[in-house]
Design a protein around this ligand. Structure first.
Ligand SMILES: Nc1ncnc2c1ncn2[C@@H]1O[C@H](COP(=O)(O)OP(=O)(O)O)[C@@H](O)[C@H]1O
Ligand SMILES: [Mg+2]
Length: 101
């Protein structure tokens, strides 16, 4: 069993825990790629387009502003991009950030 799968199985058996991996690399075109992967609950495919919208939250006391602010800073202040690269229900999500070097 891979490290990640093993962790997910432990979380399922023993309760709340998780891992966030951050992977930074440089693309051939010199862009900086930052992948942020979690072992969270994942995002429904039909909701991927909603997560960056202001006010969208699935939390009881959420504001739905976190990702809106992140996207704004990356796009307006750094001329970059952020998007959901991959997500699987009950497995986790990877966000990708692209920055010019
Ligand atoms: N890493 C993630 N994994 C799964 N769902 C996420 C993740 N990040 C954000 N979301 C979804 O997007 C919604 C909006 O996130 P965010 O803008 O940070 O606002 P909030 O945290 O107040 O809900 C969350 O409520 C959740 O449904
Ligand atoms: Mg948030």
């Amino acid at each position: 069993m891979g490290h990640r799968k093993h962790l997910q199985e432990c979380c399922r058996l023993y309760g709340r825990c998780g891992q966030i991996d951050i992977n930074i690399k440089r693309a051939i075109d010199d862009k900086i790629i930052i992948d942020i992967s979690d072992t969270g609950k994942g995002i429904q495919k039909s909701k991927i387009k909603d997560v960056f919208l202001p006010g969208y939250t699935t939390k009881a006391r959420g504001w739905g502003l976190g990702l809106t602010l992140v996207k704004r800073i990356i796009e307006k202040n750094h001329d970059g991009k952020i998007y959901v690269r991959n997500t699987e229900i009950n497995e986790g999500t990877t966000f990708r950030i692209l920055l010019k070097s």
